[in-house]
Design a binder for this molecule. Structure first.
Ligand code: DX5
Length: 215
């Protein structure tokens, strides 16, 4: 059964702590994604890791690094992140990306490769055995609340055919209107930002999303 992964994208420490407190109250949440952006790889400069301290170890924290050529991974590990997700498009070469994945694993964390909507799904074949999960962006990275790109359904199906045993994650514009079809297409992890955090009642929104993926 697919897992809903609430996503926190915040530029201020107080906003970050407020969103964390709202998300960890949702019973059933086991995995939470925190977005990071450097204002270079994406236009948005998001709260840096230096502003975040020890995360609640009861959850599996994953960091979505929308950063150009990320190298410093120790800070995330110290903070309590268990998985780091890096962008295929953020590296000058495959070697740089592969060594980033190796250094993440050498710190005892899991790693994932993220592809933007215009990057071919097949590039992910290169990372079988090197990455623990694969994230298909269903919006162009950088901001919450963007519209879901419909071609994502076929991209998820394509990746599931290509890598039958992979852990496939989808991120961006996931909501009640597409979460069921994404699950049926083969997604394992469904990242949800504004459909939860901008909902009038976050608990109700979470329960409705959960019901959709169980159907
Ligand atoms: C976008 C981020 C997403 C975002 C999801 O750049 O990578 O994780 O927080 O938010 P929604 O679900 O509102 O698109």
């Amino acid at each position: 059964m697919p897992t809903i992964v609430p996503a926190i994208l915040e530029n201020t420490k107080e906003g970050f702590l407020d969103k964390i407190s709202r998300v960890i109250m949702l019973s059933g949440v086991e995995r939470i994604q925190v977005d990071f952006g450097d204002g270079i790889f994406i236009p948005n400069k998001i709260l840096p890791i230096t502003e975040i301290d020890n995360l609640n170890p009861a959850f599996h924290w994953e960091a979505h690094l929308m950063l150009k050529e990320p190298k410093e991974f120790l800070d995330y590990q110290i903070c309590g992140f268990k998985t780091l997700l890096v962008h295929y498009e953020a590296f000058e070469s495959l070697d740089n990306l592969q060594s980033a994945l190796e250094s993440i694993r050498s710190l005892g964390m899991k790693c994932g490769v993220v592809i933007n909507p215009t990057t071919k799904v097949e590039v992910l074949k290169e990372f079988v055995g090197l990455a623990d999960q694969f994230l298909i962006m269903s919006v162009n990275p950088g901001f919450q609340g963007q519209a879901f790109l419909e071609e994502t359904f076929s991209r998820v199906k394509e990746l599931r055919m290509l890598l039958p045993n992979a852990i496939i994650e989808v991120d961006g514009g996931v909501s009640l209107s597409n979460i069921r079809e994404l699950s049926h297409a083969g997604a394992d992890l469904l990242v949800v930002g504004s459909a939860l955090l901008k909902a009038p009642n976050i608990l109700e929104a979470y329960q409705q999303l959960q019901k959709e993926i169980e159907s």
